[in-house]
Design a binder for this molecule. Structure first.
Ligand code: XCC
Ligand code: SF4
Length: 649
């Protein structure tokens, strides 16, 4: 029976994607969208989380007729174990990425950085002080070495809880201690998760889920946070930078190289080396006008934030980028790179190059990235792309026009400066705006795209609804790119749709009402921002009191699950656009969606439409405002605004 195919216009919101999904059809290319249709009736046991293949007496699955696996495990145990393994996968991904950066920092500190350097000494010294590493009167290398060793301890620590946890508000630390979720080293937590979930170990769903929260904290307040800090030290702390987004950034007459994945080390070197006169001359000699280096997913976000390189697109545009027929070479590192890429590339001239020994794909050319010779590795890749330019077939090329202007690069430090000015960098103006009600609250919209839903639709609709209601929106990952593709990340665009209070604040400060804060690993920056708000005072002394919410509308990755868990464990409510694989256990569902409210001050919520999510965000924000005794102010302020503007708000 033929599967019913959706129309291209139902798959994505942006015209560039639609045009290329249509082109994929004409070119007979199999994409994730078509494969989603083929996979249409996805496994109900998997969806509910009640399939267990942890041992070989199974696989077992729970049904009303067989409520227990062969060993006697019930739905609660099986669902919780599967969930913990997902959280561990996400934590491992962020943290291993961070580990690679820490090792690079260590190499740089020891003088064999292969062309890498400590670009942001201020960030290094600031971070050292956070961890009480002596820095005064010491060389940056020796400080960096101590810090790198301390960070390595965050992965390996066996008996001491993570040092990075101490960056959290004191009240939150007390909650974690009371609940027994203070993580030891990241590696130990992930190994323990695997141990606990192997056959015949931890069977108490609550105990398993608490370890899921512990593991996630090792991500958000450990691996991911360390990853962002070390990236800032090595590659520079982001500051607002203009760039552009969507597939129209590819050049008709330039050599197009797309970097894709997550780790910034190689791509940062590519961004630097691409301007090398030798490389530019090499491209010109090949008949091209120059080189366009663009990015996909979070590798894009990392170098967008620091070099302003254009973003070709988000997660579901990776195959589409190749289908433009205009990409000479796609560099993949780790995470979110579809195994289909080399297969798609076969129909065009694109070469897919894998660069990490731990991440290979059949059909991709493997060019091992040598961190000890970053420049050499980068040049080899660039030249290979240039050599491939002559093979581009103009008959197969379709570069969409869509290319929107955007501003990214809002690290917490940058926001602080924008709000308070260089000499008095501070979150005070933001806190005051929240207290007075000009800004109702802050929502972090994060995460992926998922072909189960129309690309970017939910994310963008929710963003619009929130800024209208004077909610400041912080974004990371593919969700940030969604706003970029819509042209809403400049101070001039989205502001027209912002409510009067938010608009007033943004205009005064010169920021857009939607702030691009970086990659998925940078979700830790959202925790950092929340902590700054707490420290600044007037909005409670814990993250569970501040009127903030997190939303993952179109998530698909295990990493998003880990992120959601560390938000909730940190006291920030999280709304999901679609549920976890936990529906097979009422107890697990209740634990995550209700019980954590009591113990951690926040829980998960599922809202399957953007409208429902917007409503829930406002409800959660207003509840917190009410508790803080500042809710009245919102109403008064909004009324004032209405009078002054003489129009409806
Ligand atoms: Fe991957 Fe980070 Fe998700 Fe995008 S958003 S699909 S994880 S690239 Ni983090
Ligand atoms: Fe089945 Fe238990 Fe083995 Fe899981 S651990 S596969 S439920 S017997």
């Amino acid at each position: 029976m033929a599967t019913e195919m959706k129309k291209a216009a139902d798959r994505a919101e942006d015209a560039a994607s639609i045009a290329l999904i249509e082109k994929a059809g004409c070119d007979c290319i199999d994409t994730c969208f078509g494969r989603m249709d083929t996979q249409k009736n996805q496994c109900a046991f998997g969806t509910k989380g009640v399939c267990c293949k942890i041992c070989h007496m199974g696989p077992c699955r729970i049904t009303p007729k067989s409520p227990r696996g062969v060993c006697g495990a019930d739905a609660d145990t099986i669902v919780a174990r599967n969930f913990l393994r997902e959280v561990s996968g996400g934590t491992a991904a962020h943290s291993d990425h961070a580990r690679h950066l820490v090792l690079l920092l260590k190499n740089v500190a020891q003088g064999h950085g292969g062309g890498y350097e400590i670009k942001d000494e201020r960030a290094l010294r600031y971070t050292a002080r956070l961890y009480k590493v002596e820095e005064l009167g010491r060389t940056k290398e020796s400080v960096a070495l101590d810090l790198a060793n301390l960070f390595l301890g965050e992965f390996t620590s066996q008996e001491e809880t993570l040092k990075t946890l101490e960056l959290a508000p004191a009240k939150r630390i007390a909650v974690w201690q009371k609940q027994g979720v203070m993580p030891f080293g990241v590696d130990r937590m992930v190994v323990e998760a695997m141990h606990r979930t192997t056959m015949g170990v931890d069977h108490d769903y609550k105990n398993i889920l608490l370890h899921a929260l512990t593991t996630s904290l090792a991500d958000g307040w450990g691996g991911a946070r360390v990853g962002s800090m070390v990236s800032d030290i090595l590659f520079g702390s982001p500051t607002p930078v203009r760039s552009s987004a969507n597939l129209g950034v590819l050049g008709e007459k330039t050599v197009n190289i797309v970097v894709h994945g997550h780790e910034p080390a190689l791509s940062d070197m590519l961004a630097v080396t691409v301007e090398d006169p030798e490389i530019v001359a090499y491209a010109k000699a090949a008949g091209a006008e120059g080189i366009t280096l663009a990015g996909l997913c979070c590798t894009a976000n990392e170098i967008l934030m620091r070099h302003g390189i254009p973003v070709a697109g988000n997660f579901l545009q990776q195959e589409l980028a190749i289908i433009t027929g205009a990409v000479e070479l796609m560099v993949v590192d780790v995470q979110c790179c579809m195994p289909s890429l080399p297969t798609v590339a076969k129909s065009y001239h694109t070469e897919v190059v894998s660069t990490a020994d731990m991440a290979k794909t059949i059909g991709a050319t493997h060019m091992r990235f040598d961190e000890h010779d970053g420049v050499g590795s980068a040049k080899a890749i660039l030249k290979r792309a240039i050599d491939n330019y002559k093979n581009r077939d103009p008959k197969k090329v379709l570069i969409p026009k869509q290319k929107e202007q955007m501003v990214a690069g809002f690290s917490v430090e940058a926001i602080k400066y924008m709000l308070g000015g260089t000499y008095r960098a501070s979150f005070r103006p933001l806190n005051d705006a929240i207290i007075s009600g000009r800004i109702r609250g802050v929502v972090g919209i994060v995460g992926c795209n998922n072909p189960k839903a129309k690309t970017d639709e939910y994310t963008n609709a929710l963003t619009t609804a929130l800024i209208k209601q004077n909610v400041l929106v912080l974004k990371t990952g593919c969700s940030a790119i969604a706003s970029g593709k819509r042209g809403w990340l400049t101070p001039e665009t989205a502001i027209q749709f912002a409510g009067p209070g938010l608009r007033e604040v943004c205009e005064a400060v010169g920021i857009p009402p939607i702030l691009h804060m970086g990659s998925c690993v940078d979700n830790s920056r959202l925790l950092e921002a929340g902590t700054e708000i707490v420290k600044e005072g007037g909005l409670g002394d814990d993250l569970s009191m501040v009127p903030v919410v997190g939303v993952a509308p179109e998530w698909m990755s295990e990493k998003a699950i880990a992120i959601g868990c560390y938000f909730v464990a940190s006291g920030v409510d999280v709304i999901l656009g679609h549920p976890f694989y936990i529906g097979g256990s009422d107890n697990v569902t209740k634990f995550l969606n209700e019980d954590t409210k009591e113990s951690f001050g926040a829980s998960f919520h599922v809202c399957d439409t953007a409208e429902a999510a917007a409503e829930r965000c406002l409800k959660l924000i207003d509840e917190r405002r009410e508790k803080l005794g500042i809710n009245k102010k919102t109403e008064r302020k909004l009324l004032d605004m209405k009078d002054r503007r003489g129009a409806n708000v």
